[in-house]
Design a protein around this ligand. Sequence first.
Ligand code: GLN
Length: 305
Amino acid sequence: METQKLDEAGIDSAGVNARELLCSVLDCEKSDLPFLNDRVLTESEKAIFSLFIARRAAGEPLQLITGKAPFRFIELAVCPGVLIPRPETEVLVGEVLSWISARDESAIHVADIGCGSGAIACSLAFEDARIVVEATDLSPTAVLVTQENAGRLGLSERAHVHEGNLGEPLGDNVDASFHAIVSNPPYVPTEVVFQLGREIADYEPLLALDGGADGLDVFRELLPWAYRALVPGGLFAVELFEGSFEEAVRLANETGFIKTKTVQDLAGRERVLLSWKADATEESAAEANAKNHATEESNRRGVLS
Ligand code: GLN
């Protein structure tokens, strides 16, 4: 019956949504539902369930009604004012973890810029015990939610949260401090933000979505800081809009990053940009290369003059 209401309201996977909401009312797991078949809902449970169904039918995202969102191996508390974690961001985190897994340091320092609900910071710290994350966000709500999530997951010792714009709250002495800098900045081009469905536009924070005319405003602002704050050989990993990669790669190269790689999301769209700062060997190779070029150039001039 309740499933039908969601179906009629045009909600995809109405059955799954109804079951999730029922579990939230009964405070149980979906796998418990078959065993609760004969359980009659109390009057107040019925009232809450109907209210949840009505909210979902009106387009409110499931995660904002239940107050939680699954992300990789953890579950995060979410509320209005933070972006609901997306599967695309799971890809970003997977790439960062696989790069980190090949490093042999006993402590890995990571910055998560624009942490939102803390999905990136918490899952990195949760999946690799060597990781210490400094997370920042301009939004006080995001800072609180990330702190709560880190606390609930027992990660407060290794996931620290700071309020402020991009890298600013981490202070001035950040040169060469991070092995990896990770970010899911607002990256949707302004024109596209207005084409996003109502579920997003009406319920999720514009601050976390709108990336300016070409979607790269925040990326541009973050690039020079990220370059400075990375150790030689460090990784800058960012989630971006599918149409922004050509320009983003150009900007990364212009900033000094020596190597970039693009990774697709599960829908096959370009989604994650990985850029590396030169390590000591690459740096001297690049310098030697530049020197060779200069010598060749002056030899050539010599011949010509
Ligand atoms: N992936 C999000 C969306 O398309 C955008 C997130 C962001 O701008 N960081 O809704």
